[in-house]
Design a protein around this ligand. Structure first.
Ligand code: GDP
Ligand code: MG
Length: 596
């Protein structure tokens, strides 16, 4: 065990985590850059063909240190996004230490902080690493100072590297060996294995990534999941080399995989404890939580013929994404689709992109919603994440909505505009401090619903890309909620209904009307677009009827422009949904999702 080191790399997105991991793999496996690339791309292509994508990858690096000893360095990868902080925390629990990677040109960002706090909660030993020192704009000393003052980490420990050129990477591996503690645990004790990830393999089923905390596990053992008492027979255990390598046993301190004929990743829940049926441990490892979806949206295929393809694609995605949920849903306007649950808005975007790119289905998504609590007058509680099921307001006593604590890190010159943004979005209890001169860390309590509505994009544009953002759910609070409907020529387009705070209803309604007016092509008749709460119209626009020639507004002159317009209309046709007698293009649905 004293020759094992389990560590993780924590970083803000784009600070170079993947590049550094690649460089380390390459150094430890002793293969040239070209071979390395070929080898890796190959294994990725195979995985792609099987319909799975490499998400977090854990790898065991054999490393011969200066002391002449051979070490096994387990690099436990973590998902790189705020939506996945629970998964990150489970992965960190599997480690004794972490590299805190900071871009020498960007400095500390919000996710650096958020991940650092997670690591500290798990008592990890931390080695700060300043990356990208090869960049002309790099300011390694300044960033090191920031790490010391801002994060309170020991500057003596800071290492410098360029993951791109490889400079300094060997030294980091040495530091891992000398500064990070080896794992503890008793190989003879009852088995306690922590699940920190699960991946689906078309041939072998679910492959569970575990950290063995205590005990020893062998092929043929019968294991039990502590959260639900499910039992499986172990087919294979092993470690993560470049390819999976089967081993006779996995014992305390080791990181490795278990294959046990488990059909779906949903059955191997991160944070759960695995033990042995015949010699169970007394207590599960602490910290297990059920995954919670917080953002919901309905997904419809543009073409109803694609419904089966969409269903198959979602099933495939879910094989490897335990956090994605979906249920059949239907809409008068859009036909059959699925109500999907996500960990956050970025998770939603990733799923949308993968469905469109990998599975080649064009989609319409409805306005994302959080899950509200509706307390009814008869004393019952309904949890609502789909406007379609919003109860009759006459029966509602009151509603509550989820709040988050947002942490925003930015140069201080943007403070005023960011404060305004938070206030506009109903932020409360705003506090701030200056972690380093010139930079502000602002915290505020804000409804999740306000954040999923384009908050991140606005923040990025207000701070010209210098603001970074992180959040965690805190509680539910009372809210004055209304259901906003959109009517096109008097007909309600159910897929465009949204649940919104009363104070936002008019602005959202107006925005939706204007977006639709822009996106819906003029037709042979006048089209009225209205936003309404119950029977009350609160905003309206009109699209006037088409005269004769759509190209007339090009004033004759520019031929190419005319042709472009016609082509655009033709392409748009393919991506239309007809509601009543009005053709609504996909772009219109998407435009309503976005603010400005
Ligand atoms: P991740 O999001 O933290 O995994 O970041 P990546 O490893 O994907 O890197 C983000 C970008 O930074 C990529 O374009 C990399 O090529 C680049 N990058 C990473 N490390 C270095 C470095 O040391 N020097 C330079 N110049 N670029 C780097
Ligand atoms: Mg990456």
């Amino acid at each position: 065990m004293k020759h094992i080191r389990n560590f993780s790399i924590i970083a803000h997105i784009d600070h170079g985590k993947s590049t550094l991991a690649d460089r380390m793999i390459q150094l430890c496996s002793g293969i040239s850059a070209r071979e390395f690339k070929d080898q890796f791309l190959d294994s990725m292509d195979i995985e792609r063909e099987r319909g799975i994508t490499i998400k977090s990858q854990t790898i065991c690096l054999p490393f011969k240190a200066r002391d002449g000893q051979e070490y096994a360095l387990n690099l436990v990868d973590t998902p790189g996004h705020v939506d996945f902080s629970y998964e990150v925390s489970r992965a960190l629990t599997s480690c004794e230490g972490a590299l805190l990677l900071v871009d020498a040109a960007q400095g500390v960002e919000a996710q650096t902080l958020a991940n650092l706090y997670l690591a500290m909660e798990n008592d990890l030993e931390i080695i700060p690493v300043v990356n990208k020192i090869d960049l002309p704009s790099a300011e390694p000393e300044k960033v090191a100072l920031q790490i010391e003052e801002d994060l309170g980490l020991d500057a003596e420990m800071t290492r410098y590297c360029s993951a791109k050129t490889g400079e300094g990477v060997q030294e980091i591996l040495e530091s891992i060996v000398s500064f990070l503690p080896p794992p503890e645990g008793d190989p003879k004790a009852e088995l306690q294995a922590l699940i920190f990830d699960a991946n689906y393999d078309a041939f072998r089923g679910t492959i569970i990534s575990v950290r063995i905390v205590n005990g020893t596990l062998r092929q043929g053992d019968t294991i039990r999941f502590m959260s639900n008492d499910a039992e499986y027979r172990v087919e294979e255990v092993g470690t993560f080399r470049i390819q999976r390598q089967s081993e006779k046993t996995l014992s305390a301190g080791m990181v490795g995989y278990i294959i046990a004929g488990i059909k779906s990743v949903q059955d191997a829940r991160p944070g759960d404890t695995i033990t042995l049926r015949d010699r169970p441990c007394a207590k599960a490892l602490p910290g297990f939580k059920e995954i919670q979806q917080v953002v919901f949206s309905s997904i419809y295929p543009i073409s109803t013929d694609d419904y089966e393809d969409l269903a198959a694609a979602l099933e495939k995605l879910q094989l490897n994404d335990a956090a994605l949920t979906f249920l059949k849903d239907s809409s008068a306007a859009l036909g059959f689709g699925f109500r999907c649950g996500f960990l956050g808005l970025l998770h939603l975007e990733v799923v949308q992109e993968r469905l469109e790119r990998e599975f080649d289905v064009s989609l319409i998504l409805t306005v994302p919603s959080v899950r509200y609590k509706c307390f009814l007058k008869d004393g019952s509680l309904q949890e609502i994440d789909n406007p379609a099921y919003y109860p009759d307001p006459a029966n509602i006593d009151y509603t509550e909505e989820p709040y988050i604590k947002a942490t925003i890190l930015m140069p201080d010159r943007y403070m005023g505009s960011v404060m305004n943004l938070c206030m506009e979005r109903r932020g409360e209890n705003t506090t701030y401090h200056y972690p380093t001169p010139g930079r502000i860390e602002l915290s505020c309590e804000i409804p999740l619903a306000e954040v999923i509505y384009d908050f991140y994009d606005r923040l990025k544009s207000i701070t010209q890309g210098y603001g970074s953002f992180d959040y965690s759910l805190i509680d539910y609070r009372k809210s004055d909620l209304v259901k906003l409907d959109i009517l096109v020529n008097g007909e309600r387009v159910d897929a465009l209904s949204q649940l919104v705070h009363r104070n936002n209803a008019r602005a959202r309604g107006l925005h939706a009307c204007e977006m639709l007016k822009e996106e819906i092509p003029r037709q042979m008749f006048k089209i009225a677009i209205q936003a309404a709460i119950g029977g009350n119209v609160i905003a309206r626009t009109t699209i006037s009827a088409l005269r004769k020639d759509v190209t007339a507004k090009c004033y004759g002159g520019d031929i190419t422009r005319k042709r472009k317009l016609l082509e655009k209309q033709k392409a748009g046709k393919k991506r239309m949904k007809t509601v009543g007698n009005v053709d609504i293009p996909q772009t219109a649905f998407l435009a309503v999702l976005k603010s400005d």
